[in-house]
Design a protein around this ligand. Structure first.
Ligand SMILES: [Zn+2]
Length: 153
């Protein structure tokens, strides 16, 4: 995040806490030290930072509009665009142009990826739907067995 330093003051205390907890390792030493300076100027001790993070992690956020980060509750959501190129050269399909773009949202603070990261609620929903489709499949198989037996008897 190259423009992080110019906007450090825009970050709320809890957002800085999440940056320290989740992203500091990914920054260059230059940026990381600027983050540490900002943290120090706000008198945020490691204990305070930790408390801020823990408090947010306890809060469950279920926002389906992707405007609030479900992990840190920040509203600094950024949109990323990635290109996908075809690599089926053997089939002559590689035109050199991107085949498609994928747009996805990321939390600008803690790096939560809306495309791959799942909230607890989403995980449960997914488990439920997998479970239901298994049950449905078994029912269909049973029904077909029954119908076949009925038809051949
Ligand atoms: Zn976040």
């Amino acid at each position: 995040m190259p423009d992080l330093t110019t906007t450090l003051t825009d970050y709320l205390d809890f957002e800085l806490a999440f940056i320290v907890a989740y992203k500091l390792d990914t920054y260059s030493e230059d940026v990381a030290s600027q983050v540490r300076e900002e943290v120090a100027s706000r008198n945020l001790s490691p204990e305070k930072l930790d408390a801020l993070v823990q408090e947010k992690l306890k809060t469950e956020i279920n926002d389906h509009q992707q405007k609030i980060c479900p992990r840190c509750s920040s509203q600094k959501i950024v949109t990323n665009k990635e290109e996908f190129h075809g690599n089926n050269k053997a089939f002559g399909l590689d035109s050199g142009k991107p085949l498609t773009f994928i747009e996805y949202k990321l939390c600008g603070v803690c790096g939560w990826n809306f495309l791959v990261d799942e909230t607890r609620e989403e995980k449960n929903e997914r488990r439920t739907s997998v479970f239901l489709s298994i049950v449905l499949f078994i029912l269909i198989v049973l029904l077909m067995t029954y119908v076949i037996e009925w038809a051949t008897s």
